[in-house]
Design a protein around this ligand. Structure first.
Ligand code: SF4
Length: 633
């Protein structure tokens, strides 16, 4: 190339081709791009070791290895860690090291370099509201603006907008289906907390370009959580998915939570450690929740103050359930109406008055029984109540045997942001040890190694959610692939110390669903020890009021509702749109039949109404029998 130069006549004269491109193509059989990179790599080789030019006996390293000399990471290393850079260069020229080994070493050195706090500190990328405003302003406005520009200027303007848009895409613009945390917003209430500092450090280690911003305080000492005002509709949703707020939680972390509708469900106590998650499941019910921000709480340690009393709160709540069941002479397959509110009132009272012994609680129940039952809208006569009161200690004792399980994934998949938020780590390393009577249930579609580093003491229930690969790819972007989810279950089965449940929900209806779910069960049975799984949950898609519209707004390309005939609208009692009963029965029945080929696990329906259990041959009374002491006929 040096000798030939770039004149066409020279190429013709020396090499009988018209150009370097033709030379690559006709004489070497390589593309022009490869030709140029060979030249570039050759010059890198010579600049590093000029002796290769004169000493014909020296055999240079393969070109793919020489290419490492131009790697940006090596350049960064040269600047910040010359010794390490030298080591990599020696590996490049040492035939005993392969390209892979050399690249792996470079990665390792580079990771250490960018994870060095000092280096990061110097390179803080702060959230710039002006930049964000400009970025959001241009989004989606191209067409409207182009319509107002003279034709001969349109292509120039279009180019400018494309340039700006590309710039925005490369940085932290709101991008559809992004599942990365790109911004951490520290609210005023969390600004001095060690937890917020930990979140920032961990987020930066994962993405050194993560933006950090701080917000002020609004009226009544509330945090300002507002998104940029120019965001519209679905942009807010995608902005939320990329933004993690750290704030102080003002209300209780624990809540008794009844799912809506007339369904089968045992007492559900949620430990609220956060809201939303970075994954983007199209069907996620959180899209309609009141809290529009993805958040974690800086005062997470305060959970310990509440946990001290939760066993008493649960026993008291179940005792009231028993009282209602006996007064009404009826078995309830879901928490009786209004009891959840009463339970939340108990919690407040118990924590405030620091009631920590059973006798005081029983006394409170006996003395306040009339008011408590009236609050729950229970019909009873004074005579009936008088007869019931002596049974309270018995009810209490029976219910005290019901294990306390706290549900930590009602409002968020906490494992999805575990590397940043470390909430599960807190449960495993602190709560589990401090509160031997408390057990924790986690449902997830994400994989994290934290469980492998701790002993779950058989007090952590991991509910691994499974779907066919095509469902994961299409409807659950950002979650872990199926093989990774199964691999974690397998590793935990080998490790022991965890209660491992599987959950297939929501089952999605699409063409070919039968084969997809059959093959899923087959894959599961080959990947893990299915026979030793104690319980499996099956559930269908559930559309609470407004969710369908939200899904269509946030995921306009969704085909979840392509066939309207498979869906039925929410009824007053059920409060959820669902697939038709025929489809749900077919889905559950198929799964039950397939699963029974491999396991005797208890099969449970998630948020289904009682008749559905009967139709598919599942025993709801058996399921409820050890969840609360109830009236026996
Ligand atoms: S993983 Fe759970 S919380 Fe997160 S988006 Fe999916 S359904 Fe919602």
């Amino acid at each position: 190339m040096e000798v030939v130069g770039d004149r066409e006549t020279n190429w013709k004269g020396y090499l009988n081709v018209d150009s370097f491109e033709d030379y690559c193509d006709e004489k070497l059989g390589i593309s022009l791009k490869t030709g140029y990179s060979l030249i570039s790599d050759y010059s890198k080789l010579l600049s590093e070791k000029p002796e290769y030019k004169s000493n014909k006996k020296l055999i240079p390293p393969p070109e793919t290895k020489v290419r490492i000399l131009g790697n940006k990471k090596l350049k960064a290393l040269k600047k910040d860690s010359p010794d390490k850079c030298k080591e990599i260069k020696e590996m490049i020229f040492n035939p005993n090291y392969s390209r892979r080994e050399t690249e792996a070493k470079l990665e390792e050195f580079h990771d250490n370099l960018i994870h060095d706090e000092k280096v990061i500190e110097e390179d803080i990328i702060e959230y710039d509201p002006l930049k964000e405003k400009v970025r959001q302003y241009w989004k989606g406005k191209e067409d409207a603006i182009l319509g107002t520009i003279r034709e001969n200027n349109q292509s120039k303007f279009s180019g400018l907008l494309n340039g700006l848009y590309d710039l925005g895409q490369k940085e932290n613009s709101t991008r559809v289906e992004s599942t990365e945390i790109k911004r951490i917003v520290i609210t005023n209430t969390a600004k001095d907390s060690a937890y917020a500092e930990g979140v920032i450090n961990r987020a930066r280690k994962l993405n050194r370009k993560v933006e950090i911003s701080h917000t002020g305080t609004g009226n009544n000492d509330t945090d300002i959580l507002a998104f940029p005002s120019q965001l519209q509709g679905q942009e807010n949703y995608w902005y939320m998915k990329e933004t993690l707020y750290v704030r102080e939680r003002k209300s209780s972390f624990i809540e008794t939570f009844p799912s809506p509708g007339d369904i089968v469900e045992n007492l559900n106590t949620a430990l609220k450690l956060g809201f939303h998650c970075r994954s983007t499941c199209q069907y996620c019910y959180q899209q309609t929740s009141r809290g529009g921000t993805q958040e974690v709480f800086s005062n997470i340690k305060n959970v310990t103050d509440e946990l001290k009393y939760e066993r008493i709160v649960q026993t008291a709540t179940l005792t009231v359930w028993s009282m209602i069941s006996h007064l009404q002479k009826k078995i309830y397959v879901k928490i009786p109406r209004n009891l959840s509110e009463t339970s939340n009132k108990f919690r407040e009272k118990v924590v405030k008055s620091e009631i920590s012994n059973d006798d005081s609680m029983m006394e409170l129940l006996s003395k306040g029984s009339e008011g408590i039952l009236s609050d729950c809208n229970v019909d009873f006569t004074k005579i009936e109540l008088k007869k019931l009161l002596p049974n309270i200690p018995k009810f209490y004792k029976k219910n005290k045997k019901v294990p306390l399980w706290l549900w930590v994934s009602e409002y968020s998949d906490i494992l999805a942001i575990e590397p940043i938020a470390k909430q599960m780590e807190f449960i495993l390393s602190e709560l589990l040890l401090k509160f031997p009577e408390v057990n924790f249930m986690v449902a997830t579609k994400s994989v994290d190694e934290c469980f492998l580093e701790h002993d779950g003491q058989d007090r952590i229930m991991l509910n691994m959610n499974l779907s066919p690969e095509e469902v994961i790819n299409k409807y659950e972007p950002g979650t872990s692939p199926l093989d990774k989810r199964l691999d974690l279950v397998k590793r935990l089965q080998n490790k022991g110390g965890y209660i491992l449940r599987l959950s297939f929900e929501p089952m999605i209806y699409f063409e070919g669903w039968e084969e997809a779910y059959k093959s899923l069960v087959e894959t599961v049975s080959k990947s893990i020890d299915l026979a030793s799984i104690p319980a499996i949950v099956l559930g269908s898609i559930r559309l609470r009021s407004g969710l369908k519209n939200r899904i269509i707004r946030n995921y306009p390309w969704t085909d979840l509702f392509a066939d309207e005939s498979v869906l039925v609208k929410a009824t007053k009692e059920d409060k959820r749109g669902r697939y038709t009963e025929e489809i749900r029965i077919a889905q559950y029945q198929l799964m039950i039949d397939e699963l029974k080929k491999h396991t005797k696990a208890e099969i449970i329906l998630g948020a289904e109404y009682p008749e559905m259990w009967d139709w598919v041959g599942l025993d709801k009374e058996k399921f409820m029998s050890d969840k609360v002491y109830q009236y026996e006929q």
